[in-house]
Design a protein around this ligand. Structure first.
Ligand SMILES: [Zn+2]
Length: 412
């Protein structure tokens, strides 16, 4: 009896999820994948728990005022896995649509409507590919020959729907996740069952976000929602058991979405009253990009703190020092084993370990306006540079012959 009740509940919640996924703008299958991995993959579970502890520590630092405000920019590459249409037709969406989608995404993260909080995080389509060549940050691949893709689209790993294998689709086009945030635009997910999903930030070859072509638009709530997951935000209704019960709310830092200014609720509750006994600003949840509610228009300060803590730790921190949106002609330190710098981000001291052949080479540190802040000579295989007097922010280092080796350093 008990078992059959559970089964019925499970079926009801799956049906609800799938119906929601086909009709609304911001529903995703991220949690299904995440919950499955948390139960079946002990390594993944350890990674998430470790990341949680790091993010918590960072949030604490931020609340102590140690981490100053800087606008971070994340290089993005968009892979359009189309069905063979000409550019601008069907699933092969135009460059303009993609550019406008990124503009819309940035408007949401920068609080363009004034209704939420400016996360001070932006996304830029890559200007430089992994080989250092000029790019629009958009790759197009015809995926119609991949089994099941034309009819059913992609199947997220761990899901049983009859689409194409996720890794096969992503292998068609992917850039290194350490330097680019990858977005795959697909025809369908599970034959139309869902509109998007993203990996929580644990890294790996296939890290990134999958979104259906019809949701990759300037007005869609799906893109900010999925990017939110990609930067470690949970749903505002996290822990509701699939709209079954009010999430536990004993300690807002570790229960529900682990954010304190988004009152926990059931995913179906979007009206004027929260049926769960949570205090706090109800509008922060029912109008939140991380809800499933029909009208979404904000991120909150608590979510901003969590996102900004996440970008400061691995694996997302490497995106901050990527030159994926930098000028063509600059060579990145990561592509040259003659240098090794640590730590980055740095609070004051950074160490440069340089190949002996480079002793005597110059280095210059620029701020984000291009002004020279520091300069010197690499006079040892272990050179120490003191950034203690600089303001918090992102700095550009040029080093070596003709100052052509360039990298970014984050000063906390
Ligand atoms: Zn979601």
């Amino acid at each position: 009896m008990k078992k059959s009740s559970s089964c019925i509940l499970l079926i009801i919640s799956i049906l609800f999820f799938q119906i929601q996924g086909s009709g609304q703008s911001a529903e995703c299958v991220t949690d299904h994948i995440h919950n499955n991995l948390m139960q079946t993959d002990s390594f993944y579970r350890k990674q998430i728990l470790f990341l949680e502890s790091q993010v918590d520590a960072r949030i604490q630092k931020q609340s102590n005022g140690i981490l100053k405000s800087t606008i971070y920019s994340i290089p993005v590459v968009v892979h359009v896995i189309h069905l063979g249409e000409s550019i601008g037709t069907g699933t092969n969406i135009s460059d303009l649509q993609i550019q406008q989608a990124i503009t819309g995404l940035n408007s949401r993260f920068r609080n363009g409507n004034g209704l939420g909080v400016d996360v001070e995080l932006e996304f830029c389509l890559a200007s430089k590919d992994p080989s250092g060549n000029s790019t629009k940050g958009i790759n197009r691949v015809n995926g119609s020959s991949i089994p099941n893709y034309s009819v059913n689209g992609i199947t997220p790993t761990g899901n049983t729907c009859s689409g194409a294998v996720e890794t096969t689709i992503k292998d068609l086009s992917k850039w290194p996740v350490s330097n680019y945030y990858n977005i795959w635009v697909v025809s369908k997910i599970c034959n139309g069952g869902f509109v998007g999903y993203a990996s929580y930030p644990v890294g790996g070859l296939y890290d990134g976000l999958v979104i259906v072509s019809t949701s990759m638009t300037s007005t869609s709530g799906t893109l900010p929602h999925e990017i939110g997951h990609g930067f470690f935000l949970y749903h505002t209704f996290n822990g509701d058991g699939g709209n079954v019960s009010c999430p536990v709310d004993t300690n807002c830092l570790i229960n529900g979405d682990r954010v304190c200014d988004t009152p926990p609720h059931k995913q179906g509750d979007c009206g004027t009253t929260n049926t769960c006994p949570s205090t706090g600003a109800w509008d922060n949840s029912r109008y939140n990009y991380m809800s499933y509610c029909p009208l979404v228009n904000r991120f909150t300060q608590g979510q901003k703190d969590r996102i900004r803590a996440t970008v400061m730790v691995a694996p997302r921190a490497s995106l901050l020092t990527s030159l994926g949106c930098g000028a063509v002609g600059m060579n990145e330190i990561s592509s040259n084993n003659k240098f090794f710098i640590f730590p980055n981000p740095a609070q004051s001291i950074i160490n440069i370990k340089a190949d002996i052949k480079l002793l005597g080479s110059a280095y210059v540190v620029y701020d984000n306006t291009g002004k020279t802040i520091l300069k010197g000579i690499i006079n040892s295989e272990d050179t120490i540079i003191d950034l203690g007097n600089l303001s918090a922010g992102i700095y550009l280092f040029s080093i070596g012959d003709s100052l052509k080796q360039t990298f970014k350093v984050i000063k906390e």
